[in-house]
Ligand binder design. Structure first.
Ligand SMILES: Nc1ncnc2c1ncn2[C@@H]1O[C@H](COP(=O)(O)OP(=O)(O)OP(=O)(O)O)[C@@H](O)[C@H]1O
Ligand SMILES: [Mg+2]
Length: 136
């Protein structure tokens, strides 16, 4: 990779931020072919060298699926948690969200396939109305 010292220094600062346990975000934008993916690959490698985990997701210009880039990210997080706990992904998610947010867990089924009964986890106000008897 040629150059990119300034960008890599900025990303090292980003990794430092994450290593401190803070929430950090970077937007990397540039024209097609300018070298975004190459730079990100190097940053992921640097993260790996620091024993930091990286998860990736991507959009697809042919799909309009909601939350598509997040699906593999959450699927990997939940699968890892399930393995750690020795439970199903569904049980792991419910354990992680805790009692306080249990009723919202069903919202995750829009992002990952958790075998949740449709709408079961949705709070009442977000549930679609019951079909009403036809007006007479
Ligand atoms: N810093 C660099 N030094 C040398 N070659 C580079 C550098 N950055 C990128 N390239 C080369 O340029 C080409 C395009 O790079 P890359 O795929 O990273 O661009 P991109 O911005 O992700 O493109 P796209 O917008 O199409 O996804 C690749 O062949 C890559 O190897
Ligand atoms: Mg790219």
């Amino acid at each position: 990779m040629v150059g990119r010292a300034r960008e890599l220094a900025a990303f090292d600062g980003f990794l430092d931020c994450l290593a401190r346990g803070e929430s950090c975000a970077v937007v990397l934008e540039g024209e097609s072919g300018v070298g975004k993916s190459t730079l990100v690959t190097e940053v992921v490698e640097r993260a790996r060298a620091r024993r930091m985990r990286s998860l990736q997701g991507a959009g697809d210009k042919m799909l309009a699926t909601p939350f598509l880039p997040w699906a593999p990210v959450f699927a990997q997080l939940i699968a890892g948690e399930a393995e750690r706990r020795g439970t199903t992904p569904r049980e792991a998610l419910l354990a992680v969200v805790g009692e306080a947010h249990r009723e919202h867990a069903g919202l995750m089924s829009a992002v990952v396939d958790l075998d949740l009964p449709e709408h079961a986890g949705l709070p009442g106000s977000m549930r679609p109305p019951e079909p009403s008897s036809p007006a007479r």
